[in-house]
Design a protein around this ligand. Structure first.
Ligand code: NAP
Length: 483
């Protein structure tokens, strides 16, 4: 393959980049490469290996529609099983042939009718189309807490877990109470002599149990592959319908909120319950799901600290009430920078970077394209449906849209396609209108919000997303032939 004259350059060999590769290959498009900064595929499932890691979307739904897996061990499979699934799929489609590992893209520029991308080694590669498959939660958020570097024990982010650090019988502190921390707390509470959870904002937690599938159930699904497909469909309907229903005021939102409140009421100590009670509506932040977090928080060796962190000292964490919490291990479950979309510099046709274009707020055309950035597409990027649904399903719709567009340009001899400003503005105006009355604007601090404080997600149902993106509307684009 002529590497310097690609049809498509994909950045990222996680779930969505692999998917795009499979779709291109199936369509007979061979001149593409997937650039991956690490030495393995997997994206978030490669990076995150913390104890307790599972997916909070049912695994039958959190898998490719064309690669159902009868062998999931649990309704919400553990992280290593999900990583193994992606590795199996990548091997089946022989994707290694197309992936350039250990190749980080630092800079991408649209020049003279094509994208020129530059690797960290200084190599330049030209491609007609650029697909950003870098994922929304990619850059670790390391909190700017005074003294963090001075800590004498072991400190690490949950997405860079140091498995060499012994945990048994040690004094462990964990900063954060998001989905990650909530998953990690139970296994850590079983190992630590003392576990301190540093909570800045309380979280609503909805209890959904994780059932294990029996050998007989797995064997049945292996024997009748249709069963896996039906299970996927069932979870898709259930999670997409309930996610859409709770966003707007009504019966389902009240049911969800009551479910969270009833679950919180299981905490026996009124003082601990008060500390765990959020001051915003359930569902405003991404909903955390767990059936064991409250049990773990009530254990004797677990302490929930709500006095905010003042500074970190060699011996531990000092909170604003003056207390020093002595620790051996400090875990940063502090999430990711949701405003860092993978590549440092992506510069469009007018010399403006994506970062500059999004200074006032992250806006796209239907989550897929940007005016001023011809032949550039996003997978699982800003403004796609989020929440407790499958981002794989969302990416499949986007990948099909991108493939259709690439095929159209090739078939009809166009050099480039660029979404118009008018179509983008009209889309964002309707997003703004639709956001009114949604859960996400009921008043909370959340990674769903962009720099201007507006939610960066799809305000309608996932069903509408699949419908609206089923076919590209070329009236919203400018198509150009080579001069
Ligand atoms: P997160 O939801 O952004 O939570 C970060 C936590 O760290 C918050 O509690 C935050 O407090 C706290 N924090 C950040 N900076 C702090 C500081 N300087 N001092 C004190 N506390 C600080 O991150 P996450 O838990 O890693 O989850 C991110 C997303 O990953 C989730 O929403 C979900 O989409 C995904 N995820 C999914 C799964 C899954 O099962 N599919 C599992 C884990 C994660 P504030 O709330 O006050 O900001």
């Amino acid at each position: 393959m002529e590497r310097n004259d690609l049809e498509v350059a994909i950045i990222g060999a996680g779930m969505s980049g692999l998917l795009m590769g499979i779709r291109l290959q199936q369509a007979g498009i061979e001149r593409f490469r997937i650039f991956e900064k690490a030495s393995r595929i997997g994206g978030t499932w490669r990076e995150n290996t913390y104890p307790g890691l599972t997916c909070d979307v049912p695994s039958f739904f959190y898998s490719y529609s064309f690669e159902t897996n009868p062998d999931w061990s649990h309704r919400f499979a553990p992280g290593p099983e999900i990583q193994a699934y992606f590795e199996r799929v990548a091997a089946k489609y022989d994707l290694d042939r197309y992936i350039e590992f250990d190749t980080e893209i630092r800079d991408a520029r649209y020049q003279a009718g094509a994208w020129t991308i530059e690797t960290q080694k200084g190599e330049e590669i030209r491609a007609k189309f650029l697909v950003m498959a870098t994922g929304p939660l990619h850059h670790k958020h390391i909190p700017d807490i005074p003294g963090l570097q001075s800590f004498a024990g072991a400190a690490f982010h949950t997405a860079a877990w140091d498995h060499d650090v012994p945990l048994e019988g040690r004094r462990i502190g964990i900063i954060g109470t998001g989905s990650t921390a909530v998953q990690a707390v139970t296994p850590l509470s079983k190992l630590a002599s003392q576990l301190t959870i540093f909570q800045r904002t309380a979280q609503w937690i909805y209890p959904i149990g994780n059932v294990a599938y029996t050998d007989a159930q797995r064997a049945r699904k292996r024997r009748f592959p249709l069963l896996s497909k039906l299970t996927r469909l069932w979870y898709k309907q259930l999670f997409e319908a309930s996610s859409a229903a709770v966003v707007k005021e009504g019966f389902f939102r009240r049911r969800l909120q009551q479910g969270c409140k009833d679950h919180l009421a299981t905490v026996a100590d009124p003082e601990l319950r008060r500390k765990l009670t959020p001051d915003y509506e359930p569902g405003c932040k991404r909903l955390v799901m767990s059936t064991d977090f409250y049990d773990s928080v009530q254990k004797k060796n677990v302490h929930l600290e709500v006095s905010h962190i003042h500074q970190i000292e060699p011996e531990g964490v000092r909170t604003e009430d003056g207390q020093l919490h002595e620790l051996d291990v400090l875990v940063l479950a502090t999430g990711f920078d949701p405003h860092a979309w993978g590549v440092e510099q992506v510069v469009g046709a007018e010399g403006r970077s994506l970062a500059q274009a999004w200074k006032e707020g992250t806006r796209t055309y239907r989550s897929i394209a940007m005016p001023g950035f011809p032949n550039l597409f996003f997978l699982a990027g800003p403004q796609c449906p989020l929440g407790n649904i499958s981002v794989i399903d969302v990416s499949e719709t986007q990948a099909d849209y991108i493939l259709r567009t690439i095929q159209k340009l090739d078939r009809e001899g166009f050099e480039s396609i660029e979404v118009t400003r008018e179509a983008t503005e009209a889309f964002n105006q309707s997003v703004k209108e639709a956001m009114k009355g949604t859960l996400w604007v009921t008043g909370c601090k959340s990674w769903y919000l962009d720099e201007s404080g507006d939610p960066v997600l799809w305000p309608w149902s996932a069903r509408r997303f699949h419908r609206d993106l089923a076919r590209p509307d070329y009236a919203h684009y400018q198509l150009r032939r080579a001069a």
